[in-house]
Design a binder for this molecule. Structure first.
Ligand SMILES: O=P(O)(O)O[C@H]1O[C@H](CO)[C@@H](O)[C@H]1O
Ligand SMILES: O=c1cc[nH]c(=O)[nH]1
Length: 251
């Protein structure tokens, strides 16, 4: 049931609940790696700017210094709908340029830790349909993709590019679905990319995304590949994303 309503105004507007903050960096890293975010804060002597309050508990937003400049660092909740709401609040607080980093299952051969710059996301989730008219995919912001591509290239980091399958149904990645999504050009599967891309487009902010290859869904059986213990990849991705977020701020 996807009934798109183009009315830009809602009864609960984030800007009515949350005031912009003068001390909020405009550049922001979104990450689904809470562990790596906390390490980045400790390593850079960062600080907690505030805590957003939700029914399931507080959500901290940090500030770190990167390349001599402040960057907001937001650990994100898992799932498209919670991530869409969290991004809304960061935009209301004053962030404008976002670089997002997460992990994903791989649908094509890709080593654990291999990076994928997201060029589009297949909208097999709910949240994006509240922000954009019906379509099968949402393309990433072209300027943001260019900046992230240039950042990865300048840093000498190998990466590939492609479409990701964003699903609400992590436990319903059936062989038939995987086959069809692969045919549609998806190289990874995760749970938030289409949702945050849709919010960013709707609110007119810049957002680029990079994923690292995690578990493997290319075979007859699932291979978990211990992907969530790749602390080295996660730590490096946060730094790469911080550089990209800062560059997105440039005119
Ligand atoms: O590492 P992250 O980005 O969390 O990626 C994936 O892993 C989580 C599910 O285990 C979902 O958030 C999905 O998007
Ligand atoms: O959504 C997800 C995330 C990681 N791995 C998967 O298989 N699915």
């Amino acid at each position: 049931m996807f009934e798109y309503d183009p009315n830009p105004s809602a009864l609960i507007e984030p800007t009515a609940l949350i005031s912009p903050r003068d001390d909020m960096p405009r550049a922001c890293v979104l990450t689904w790696f809470r562990d790596a975010a906390e390490r980045a804060v400790a390593d850079t002597f960062g600080r907690r700017i505030l805590q957003l309050q939700w029914e399931d508990g507080p959500r901290p937003v940090y500030e770190i210094e990167h390349e001599g400049r402040p960057v907001a660092l937001a650990p994100m909740p898992v799932g498209g709908a919670p991530s869409a709401a969290a991004l809304e609040e960061l935009i209301a607080l004053g962030c404008r340029s976002f670089a997002a980093c997460g992990g994903a299952g791989v649908l094509r051969p890709l080593p654990v830790g291999g990076l994928v710059l997201v060029t589009s996301a297949l909208r097999d989730e709910g949240a994006s349909h509240h922000y954009l008219p019906p379509s099968r995919v949402v393309d990433s912001d072209v300027h943001a993709v260019t900046v992230l591509r240039d950042t990865l290239t300048d840093l000498g980091v190998p990466f590939s590019e492609g479409r990701t399958w964003t699903t609400d149904g992590i436990y319903r990645e059936t062989p038939e679905r995987i086959r069809r999504r692969t045919e549609e050009g998806c190289v990874t599967v995760e749970m938030e990319a289409a949702s945050v891309a849709a919010v960013a487009r709707f609110r007119g902010v810049r957002l680029a995304q990079v994923l690292y290859g995690g578990d493997d869904l290319t075979g007859e059986v699932w291979d978990e590949r211990s992907w969530q213990s790749r602390h080295d990849v996660r730590d490096r991705l946060i730094r790469i994303a911080a550089t990209a977020a800062l560059r997105l701020e440039l005119p």
